[in-house]
Design a protein around this ligand. Structure first.
Ligand code: ZN
Ligand code: MN
Length: 479
């Protein structure tokens, strides 16, 4: 039997760090990248006798995420201890939620490349604390623990086993990421670990009802690795079965360099964690009014912005999809359009040059260094004829390097478009004199020669001459 005879069944557990200012059970800051162990206190370092106090913002953000993913919000929820030992977890238990998560039974709708829509059901979203981080071998030999991340709030979003291909997994993760960005509960920076996924993979023969044994790949944080890891793991499981073996339930580590998965440990079941209610924390009771208030203040979600862009700005479906896939791009688009009033032009800048530069620099939209106002000003300068669009491209490159007001950039660089008739005429006459052959060709009926002459004049003025005026003036002079 071959790969086609098998069905892949996957579910995801996605951890998103919430962008609250302080940790979940103490008032330490959560900012990423600080010196190790400078954002800690007796509570998140698990000193005996300390007591946790739940950060209310964490509940609010988790409820927001639940509502945005069509979940039922529990009116009565609680925190539990999940017991396990690991050097980055000083309490030897993680405060999480077990049988009463904050949000249950939602879904996220994805759209596949063939246009097909599919609902991926969510089992639950619960709140929990992050663990610290071990830095291996950084100081020659041993491992050092950094507890800055210990107690950073997380939501864990658990899907049902509804995913059937690596494409679906990628679409689902992208959709989830964009929703969390829109409701501003997480910055979702995957390279900083703010969004990471545990992927559960199993295979079964097509037509089988019973699920196959699953393996779990932990803490994946790039779309590329996730796709590669799934493809590898699916084939590995099929090979095991085809060879007459049995897939073992275990936790795997994906190694990006060798392109293989390695066994980390036998997969534990819920009972191994000896969950029990945390006696230091009170139950979380939410009123109807509290939930309704969050619902009423949810920001506009990507789906609705997409529809609005098709109608209000007449964007193509493809462009609207690309722009609304990221809240940052979408905000950039709307604000820049307000500044310049030219949605079409802003759209073109974003989907072509800005997207290209982001790709080249391997940057996320959130890292764009210039403001929407500056992009709007750039469009205005082109629309007014102050600069040509080819100079506009140079201004954009400059905005990525050294962002400031485009007007200042073109003044400093001397990039203002020449639209003075006298000056244009001087250049035109000079080029005509220097290129008798092309002039003769043009007069002999070869229209292409005109393009060459305009090109020469552009070269002469280093791209600053107004191209429409050049064209007109050449035609006039060569009559
Ligand atoms: Zn602390
Ligand atoms: Mn978890």
């Amino acid at each position: 039997m071959s790969r086609e005879d098998y069905e892949v069944v996957m579910g995801l557990e996605v951890h998103a760090e919430l962008s609250t200012k302080t940790k979940i059970f103490c008032s330490c800051p959560t900012k990423f990248g600080a010196m190790p162990n400078t954002q800690t206190c007796p509570i998140c370092m698990a000193m005996p006798g300390t007591l946790p106090v739940l950060n209310e913002k964490v509940v609010e953000y988790a409820v927001k995420a639940g509502l945005a993913t069509n979940c039922e919000i529990s009116r009565d929820s609680k925190n539990d201890r999940k017991n396990y030992f690991y050097p980055d977890l000083p309490k030897a238990y993680q405060i999480s939620q077990y049988d009463k998560p904050l949000c249950i039974e939602g879904y996220v709708e994805i759209e596949k490349s063939n246009g097909e829509k599919k609902k991926i059901r969510l089992e639950r979203i619960h709140i929990e604390e992050d663990a610290g981080k071990l830095n291996h071998d950084e100081f020659g030999g041993g491992s050092l623990v950094d507890l800055n991340r210990a107690g950073v709030p997380l939501i864990e979003i658990v899907s049902k086993p509804d995913l059937r291909s690596s494409e679906e997994v990628e679409q689902y993760l992208r959709k989830l990421k964009s929703i969390l960005e829109y409701i501003e509960v997480s910055d979702c920076k995957m390279q900083e670990g703010s969004l990471r996924a545990d992927v559960n993979v199993s295979v079964r023969k097509k037509g089988d009802e019973k699920l196959g044994t699953r393996t779990e790949m932990k803490n994946m944080n790039s779309f590329r690795s996730i796709t590669r890891a799934i493809e590898y793991e699916v084939q590995r499981q099929i090979d095991v079965i085809e060879d007459g073996g049995k897939v073992e339930q275990e936790t795997l580590r994906w190694d990006d360099v060798s392109g293989k998965t390695f066994s980390m440990r036998d997969k534990e079941d819920a009972q191994d964690y000896r969950y029990f209610p945390d006696p230091d924390l009170v139950a979380i009771k939410l009123s109807e009014k509290y939930i309704q208030n969050i619902k009423d203040n949810l920001p506009e979600l990507p789906e609705s912005r997409r529809t609005r862009y098709l109608e209000e700005f007449k964007l193509s479906e493809k462009d609207a999809n690309l722009i609304t896939s990221s809240k940052y791009l979408s905000d950039l688009f709307e604000k820049a359009t307000t500044v310049c009033g030219n949605a079409k032009a802003v759209n073109n800048w974003i989907i072509s040059d800005i997207s290209r530069i982001l790709n080249e620099k391997e940057m996320e939209p959130i890292d764009i260094p210039f403001t929407a106002e500056q992009l709007g000003e750039l469009v205005k300068l082109i629309d007014k004829g102050t600069i040509s669009s080819s100079i506009g491209k140079k201004v954009l490159t400059e905005l990525f390097e050294n962002p400031k007001n485009p007007e200042e950039i073109i003044k400093e660089k001397g990039w203002i478009q020449i639209s003075d008739e006298g000056e244009i005429k001087k250049v035109v006459l000079k080029i005509i004199e220097e290129n008798p052959q092309s002039v003769a060709d043009y007069k002999g009926g070869k229209d292409k020669a005109l393009g060459f002459l305009v090109g020469q004049a552009m070269k002469e003025t280093k791209g600053k001459a107004n191209p429409q005026m050049l064209n007109k003036m050449f035609i006039e002079e060569l009559k």
